[in-house]
Design a protein around this ligand. Structure first.
Ligand SMILES: [Zn+2]
Length: 375
């Protein structure tokens, strides 16, 4: 039987060494050494949970190949790529701001971007309908010539540019639900009407000064960059409202030929680097809405590429729910962190934040409809 969902992973993703830290701070002074936020543990536990519950056998295993230098340079300068390689070949260091390169990280980052590319080929070639790429290091903060926020090469941007070049796609939609703004991806397509970038993120967080709702794209790309900054404390209800009022109606008009998700599970309610309240079931529901968009417009062609998510305990359950939605397979694993406390409602400031985005983007899109109307 042909399995519907591909799963991209490789042991070496967990060998990218970010060293010690404490939250996002380097150790030193009064900061005692702890595990770095972007440690292998969170992602390794995702894979372990998939194995432990048997879900992995319901997924088509896809072995990633390394990206070539030319593919990385679809989105980065050769000067920057060489800098990452040089650090990786010697003693390691920082490829920008908070973008740790350990010994050998260059090859792993090439395989991480290559994982996103391999997923594109598997989905576009019809080997699977959709895919989850558990890639590491993550990518969405990486700018053309600067590593940022744990990101070295921008996996999702490279995947989109590769898909466009190889398959001649004219309309690719990227939905970034990582709690931080996907600045690198925004920069990559800011004046580009062929790649629609929608970021749902916590307002006023990392990176400073990025993700404002007024940043709507430039030139031909005006209207194709949609920032949805949400207030701290937004939970499932607030996120669904943003999908309902903005993401689904815009997708209905854009008619994507391929959808990529920058799947950062750091809006999760236990995340140390975010202040949002999305539950594991909430992530499953968001993935289910995006899957419906993909089924409606592009025969289900959808690839989720892992970004952030720093609660080693919770991220695996959030990611499992996403993979359940993509594959249509119920793992029957209960969310052990369900407390019995009801999910938070949508407060008025969250509703107003979405209304502001609707107002800003109504000059480009018809935004009177909603999820329930279209799907
Ligand atoms: Zn993040």
């Amino acid at each position: 039987m042909k399995l519907k969902t591909g799963f991209v992973c490789d042991e070496s993703y967990f060998w990218h060494n970010t060293g010690n830290g404490a939250l996002m701070m380097p150790i030193g002074g009064f900061i005692e050494a702890d595990t770095h936020s972007e440690s292998p543990e969170t992602k390794r536990r995702v894979k372990n949970l998939l194995e432990r519950c048997g879900m992995i056998r319901k997924l088509q295993s896809i072995h990633p190949r390394s990206a070539t230098s030319d593919e990385i340079e679809l989105n980065h300068t050769s000067k920057y790529v060489n800098r990452v390689k040089e650090l990786s070949d010697t003693s390691g260091g920082d490829a920008g701001e908070l973008a740790i390169v350990g010994k050998g990280s260059y090859e792993i980052a090439m395989l991480s971007a290559g994982g996103a590319i391999t997923a594109v080929d598997a989905v576009m070639g019809g080997e699977v309908e959709n895919a989850y790429a558990l890639t590491r290091p993550p990518g969405h903060h990486a700018e053309k010539e600067l590593g940022l926020g744990f990101c070295l090469f921008n996996n999702v941007a490279i995947a989109a540019k590769y898909a466009r070049e190889k398959y001649g796609l004219k309309r690719i939609m990227i939905i970034d639900w990582d709690v931080h703004h996907g600045n690198g991806t925004e920069s990559a397509f800011y004046s580009d009407p062929e790649v629609l970038f929608i970021s749902l993120h916590q307002e006023f967080t990392f990176p400073a000064g990025r993700g404002a709702l007024e940043d709507i794209g430039e030139g031909d790309g005006r209207g194709y960059n949609v920032n949805i900054p949400l207030p701290a404390g937004t939970g499932n209800a607030g996120y669904f409202n943003a999908l309902d009022k903005i993401v689904v109606p815009i997708a209905e008009q854009f008619k994507p030929e391929l959808i990529l998700i920058s799947a950062g599970q750091d809006p999760g309610k236990f995340d140390p680097l975010g202040r949002m309240l999305v539950s594991a079931d909430g992530f499953g529901e968001m993935a289910s809405v995006v899957k419906k968009i993909a089924e409606r417009h592009c025969n289900g062609k959808l690839i989720a590429i892992h970004e952030g998510g720093y609660s080693a305990a919770y991220v695996p359950f959030c990611t499992l729910r996403i993979i359940e939605s993509l594959s249509g397979v119920n793992s029957e694993v209960e969310d052990p962190f369900k407390t019995g406390v009801s999910e938070p409602p949508m407060y008025s400031n969250q509703k107003e934040a979405v209304e502001k985005v609707v107002k800003t983007h109504s000059q480009f899109w018809e935004l009177a409809g909603s999820y329930h109307t279209y799907l």
